[in-house]
Design a binder for this molecule. Structure first.
Ligand SMILES: [Ca+2]
Length: 232
C-alpha cells in the first residue's frame, strides 16, 4: 500500500472532545469513518481530531487515502501507451507518417501481425511515429520500453548515415529530451528491447516521438513493435 494524497474537511461541532488541562493540543482516539472524495470511490480512512490552544477548537478530518496498488483512481501501476503493438484496425492513437504501419513479411513484427516500419527507402526520407501521453504527477517510476529491429544496406562500421532518435516533445513540438539515438551502426538480426526512464516528465502531457531519418542512399529500416510506458 502507499498513500497517494490526503483530504481535509471541517466537521460541524466538536464531537464531544475535551481540551486537555493545559489548554493545548489533545488527541482524540482515531475513529473509523468513510469519506467520499470527488472522482474517487468511497474509501475507508480515519478521522484525526486536533485542537488549537486558547479554547479555539478546530476539528479537521484528515483522511489519508490509502489503497492497494491495483491501478484504480490514479495511483498504482499503469501502462500508458495505447495500441503499443500496432495491432488495432487503425494506427490510432499513434500518428504515423505514410507507410509506417506495416503488415508485410518483409519486416516481421515482434509479436502479432503488425509493426511500425520507419524508413527503408534508400533515398532521403523522414518518418515519425508519435503518441501523446500524460504521466501522472504521483509517478515514482515511468519507463518507456519498445522492441527495435534495425537492418541496413549500409556497409560502414564507422558512420551513422541513417538515424532513429527517440524524443520527448511538448504540445508545441519543442524537443524536451532525446532519450536515445540508434543508427545503421546498430544493425542486428531480430529484435532487442530498449528502455528509457521518462520519470522527469511526471505531471506533464508529452509526445513520445520515434524519428527516423535516412540519407540519400542505401536503405536502413527501423522497425518498432510492442511499445509500452509503464508507470508506478
Ligand atoms: Ca505487433
Amino acid at each position: 500500500m502507499r498513500v497517494i494524497g490526503d483530504h481535509e474537511e471541517p466537521i460541524a461541532g466538536n464531537g464531544g472532545a475535551a481540551i486537555d488541562a493545559a489548554g493545548g493540543v489533545a488527541d482524540q482516539p482515531l475513529r473509523a469513518r468513510t469519506l467520499v472524495v470527488p472522482d474517487l470511490a468511497a474509501r475507508p480512512c480515519v478521522e484525526r481530531v486536533a485542537f488549537v490552544g486558547g479554547g479555539d477548537v478546530v476539528l479537521l478530518a484528515q483522511c489519508l487515502l490509502a489503497f492497494l496498488e491495483t491501478g484504480d483512481g490514479g495511483g498504482g501501476a499503469q501502462q500508458l501507451i495505447v495500441n503499443g503493438g500496432f495491432e488495432a484496425a487503425t494506427a490510432s492513437p499513434w500518428v504515423l507518417t505514410a507507410g509506417v504501419l506495416n503488415t508485410s513479411a518483409s519486416e516481421p513484427p515482434h509479436s502479432g501481425a503488425k509493426d511500425a516500419w520507419l524508413d527503408g527507402y534508400g533515398t532521403t526520407h523522414t518518418d515519425t511515429a508519435d503518441q501523446t501521453v500524460t504521466i501522472p504527477s504521483t509517478a515514482t517510476s515511468a519507463n518507456l520500453t519498445f522492441w527495435l529491429h534495425i537492418d541496413t544496406a549500409e556497409t560502414t562500421t564507422t558512420t551513422a548515415f541513417d538515424k532513429l532518435t527517440v524524443q520527448v516533445l511538448n504540445s508545441s513540438n519543442t524537443v524536451l529530451a532525446t532519450l536515445g539515438t540508434f543508427s545503421n551502426l546498430n544493425k542486428a538480426a531480430g529484435y532487442s528491447q530498449k528502455s528509457f526512464s521518462v520519470l522527469s516528465f511526471k505531471g506533464q502531457t508529452v509526445k513520445i516521438r520515434f524519428l527516423g531519418t535516412e540519407d540519400s542512399s542505401l536503405q536502413t529500416s527501423f522497425v518498432i513493435d510492442d511499445v509500452a510506458l509503464n508507470v508506478q
